[in-house]
Design a protein around this ligand. Structure first.
Ligand code: 6PG
Length: 246
């Protein structure tokens, strides 16, 4: 754990503002360096407040939105207009409110047959990274109560995928397919930020960070946890069981 960086905020609101600050700072540094920036968003509910902060007047003017490419770490196998769509949530809270060119927003087509959706997204990634190092400048990840991240769910075949960048995965307990980046591709990212909020995540966070490595059971441990590139953005409630360890 010593390698990783932990930022612990008083509550969910402070966490979402801190995460928006981190997003803004990383984008600014990357664009100064490279002229453009690739950001991979996480799904679920936690990032919603961060997206809303980023769309607010206080952040809007800080960021060169036109130089950003947006991607997703995973997507549900639903159409864009589904309330379960990660992309729909990101558009409603952020992307409909900032001037990122439409062609720079790379959604996962959850409406397609799962293997085709995975192949189509991987082809989009390969086109974008052609001639460049295939690595996001920044990827956000969430942590599920069962230790999953992105759609790398416990005891699923995608956990062993080491060639593809994107795969479809059938999640028994959800009785549905998901599309997800694979762990090796996530680990290529220049910066990896987990965003974890709430006391309901305290136990699994402690388990992921302190239990012996058992990646089939705790897939979030697949993410390069021994590296400074990994930053845990937490609120006090989520961090309550690791406070003495970081
Ligand atoms: C998804 C996410 C998933 C999420 C975690 C945490 O599509 O749901 O990518 O990995 O980040 O399940 O979700 P919450 O933020 O809703 O707790």
């Amino acid at each position: 754990m010593k390698e990783m960086v932990f930022n612990i905020y008083a509550d969910a609101e402070a966490l979402s503002e801190g995460a928006a600050d981190f997003f803004s700072q990383k984008v600014r540094e990357t664009i100064e360096d490279k002229g453009h920036c690739s950001i991979c968003l996480s799904g679920g509910s936690t990032p919603k407040a961060m997206f809303e902060h980023l769309a607010s007047a206080s952040f809007f003017s800080q960021i060169a939105w036109e130089s950003i490419h947006i991607f997703w770490g995973d997507e549900r196998c639903v159409p864009f207009d589904s309330p379960d769509s990660n992309a729909r949530m990101a558009f409603e809270t952020l992307l409909d409110h900032v001037p990122i060119p439409a062609e720079q927003i790379h959604t996962i087509h959850g409406e397609l047959e799962p293997s085709l959706a995975a192949q189509t997204y991987e082809e989009d990634l390969k086109r974008f990274f052609q001639g460049k190092s295939p690595a996001f400048d920044l990827i956000f990840l969430g942590l599920g109560g069962d230790g999953h991240t992105a759609s790398l769910f416990p005891y699923t075949p995608i956990l062993d995928e080491d060639e593809r960048w994107v795969k479809e995965v059938y999640v028994d307990k959800l009785n549905t397919h998901r599309i997800s980046l694979t762990a090796p591709f996530i680990n290529r990212s220049d910066a990896i930020a987990f965003l974890v909020s709430g006391e309901q995540k305290a136990a699994i966070l402690h388990e992921v960070l302190t239990a012996p490595v058992d990646t089939p059971r705790l897939p979030a441990q697949l993410i390069t946890t021994g590296s400074k590139r990994v930053r845990w953005l937490l609120d006090e409630a989520a961090a309550q069981k690791i406070k003495g360890l970081v």
